[in-house]
Design a protein around this ligand. Structure first.
Ligand code: NOJ
Length: 527
């Protein structure tokens, strides 16, 4: 099995992890000072760095103006090389973000493309004539609000932007775009990165005829919580089947490297059968299309169990699952599921079969930070009130000093009241802390083949409790019992209790029953 299957991935949002130069924004030298936290204190196997490339920062780095350079805010390429080396020295893999769907409108490619209809780079972006009524070419909407087309007065055409108007969509039907982006990938692969997380991977291919999306009732579709965007069935503005041959070519590029490199795709598709297509018919596309369904799962044993069963049934033969419980686009899990469920969520994520991706700060049990209106900066939230993502992007609290050990300056987003009590230093001192639970879970997962590579099978458990067994040939089998209810639950258990989410239960039992506390989870090893 490969490292991206047995390992645990940790997402770093570079703006918010550690500031090295005192400007209030995290940077690469800051991260360099925290590699031991990641490799030793926590013990993760890989990090995924959200974008640190040159960017006007309209979308905090997801609007790139140079794919092959580091934005001065974060440092330089030499800082990146040092960071990569430090991680590799400790056996930690590094995954970087690739944003293939769009660039910044200040990327030289776009500046050239919009400079004239005859410019050789014109077809690098999606340009179209006005519709019959003189308005936009079709009814497509931008995910961040408004229509997805922007009129360009000087050349008399519209360009497509699936997100902000300053994030024009590249035209992947043009082989020159593919060649250029593959060169970008080679640039980073040759520097030594271990893979990519592909931003909105399935957006890259749209309907070539630019057909209108069907209009649907608000509040019913897959994007029902996304305001106006949720009033359409997004049939034509993303996910065209031509994306599959493209991903096969991309995979061939990765497979051309001697050491295994991974492609992880940000794919928001709720139907597991459609989603699974992104592994490729012969597992020759993405290694891991991100599986986001747990994020909004109904937090109940039955519902979660059914979701895992559905996922396992939809996986192509030999494909490897993965799970996500938080990222820089979602409200913090502690707020989403409630404080009483933070520990259970950690145990679920780190004991299921499949690669877990952790979001920085979730290992502290951080809550969403309430951001006062005058400090809100996320362009999405500014365009569509209520959808802002600042609250999950606040700086990592490391200690009890005024800048929480994150910065000597003024942090770019407020730390929030929780930083004072929930920081890393305090939690390391407290044997029962959420951080110490994550450390114990990571240690257990790493040490037990059944957990990091074994199979998954549901076992009997009382209503409200999710029970499963993880088993790998030649290794001690493990049972996991998760009490999703607010009441005590009696479960049958034999073996050694390796870990409880309460952090205060140990002992070996030959047989008999255990009363799980409300929201308690346990891992039992059959030695
Ligand atoms: C998905 C990213 O995760 C999000 O942060 C970003 O705003 C959009 N893609 C646009 O790039």
């Amino acid at each position: 099995m490969e490292w991206w299957q047995t390992g645990v991935i940790y997402q770093i949002y570079p703006r918010s992890f550690q500031d090295g130069n005192g400007d209030g924004v995290g940077d690469l030298t800051g991260i360099l000072g925290r590699v031991d936290y990641l490799s030793e204190t926590l013990g993760v196997d890989a990090v995924w760095l959200s974008p640190f490339y040159r960017s006007p920062m309209d979308d905090f780095g997801y609007d790139i103006s140079d794919y092959c350079d580091v934005d001065p805010l974060f440092g330089g390429l030499d800082d990146f090389d040092r960071l990569l080396e430090a991680f590799h020295d400790r056996g930690v893999r590094v995954i970087v973000d690739l944003v293939p769907n769009h660039t910044s409108d200040r990327h030289p490619w776009f500046l050239e493309s919009r400079s004239g209809r005859d410019h050789p780079r014109r077809e690098w972006y999606v340009w179209a004539d006005p519709g019959p009524d003189g308005g936009p070419p079709n009814n497509w909407l931008a995910a961040f609000g408004g229509v997805a087309w922007e009129w360009d007065e000087s050349t008399g055409q519209y360009y497509l932007h699936s997100f902000l108007r300053s994030q024009p969509d590249l035209n992947w039907r043009n082989p020159e775009v593919e060649a250029a982006m593959f060169d970008v990938m080679r640039f980073w692969l040759e520097r030594g990165v271990d893979g990519f997380r592909l931003d909105v991977a399935h957006f890259v291919m749209k309907d070539p005829d630019l057909r209108d999306n069907p209009v649907i009732e608000p509040g019913v579709g897959a994007f029902k919580d996304m305001a106006e965007y949720g009033t359409q069935d997004h049939l034509y503005d993303k996910g065209h089947p031509d994306v599959h041959p493209l991903f096969r070519r991309m995979r061939a590029l990765l497979d051309g490297y001697r050491s295994p490199r991974v492609a992880i795709g940000e794919i928001h598709i709720d139907d597991y059968r459609q989603w699974a297509a992104y592994y490729g018919a012969d597992r020759d596309e993405l290694h891991l299309p991100f599986n986001f369904r747990l994020l909004y799962a109904d937090w109940q044993a039955d519902a979660i169990g059914a979701l895992v069963d559905e996922l396992e049934a939809a996986l192509p033969t030999g494909a490897w699952p993965n799970y996500v419980l938080g990222n820089h686009d979602e409200p913090r899990l502690a707020t989403r599921f409630g404080p009483e469920n933070r520990r259970l969520a950690a145990m679920l994520l780190l004991t299921l079969r499949g690669t877990p991706t952790l979001y920085y700060g979730d290992e502290l049990g951080l809550f969403e930070v309430e951001i006062p209106p005058d400090r809100q900066v996320d362009p999405w939230g500014l365009q569509v009130p209520g959808l802002g993502r600042d609250g999950c992007r606040t700086p990592m609290p490391w200690d009890g000093t005024p800048g929480a050990g994150f910065t000597r300056g003024e942090p770019w987003l407020p730390l929030g009241p929780q930083a004072a009590a929930m920081h890393v230093a305090a939690q390391l001192e407290d044997p029962g802390s959420v951080l110490n639970l994550y450390r114990a879970l990571l240690g257990l997962r790493r040490g037990m083949p059944s957990l990091h590579r074994g199979g998954y099978r549901r076992i009997e458990a009382p209503a409200g409790v999710l029970g499963y067994r993880r088993e790998a040939p030649g290794a001690a089998p493990v049972a996991v019992m998760l009490n999703f209810t607010g009441e005590g639950q009696v479960v049958e258990a034999a073996g050694e209790i390796a870990l409880s989410t309460t952090m205060n239960r140990t002992g070996t039992r030959s047989a008999g029953s255990i009363i799980l506390a409300p929201h308690e989870g346990i891992v039992i090893v059959d030695r």
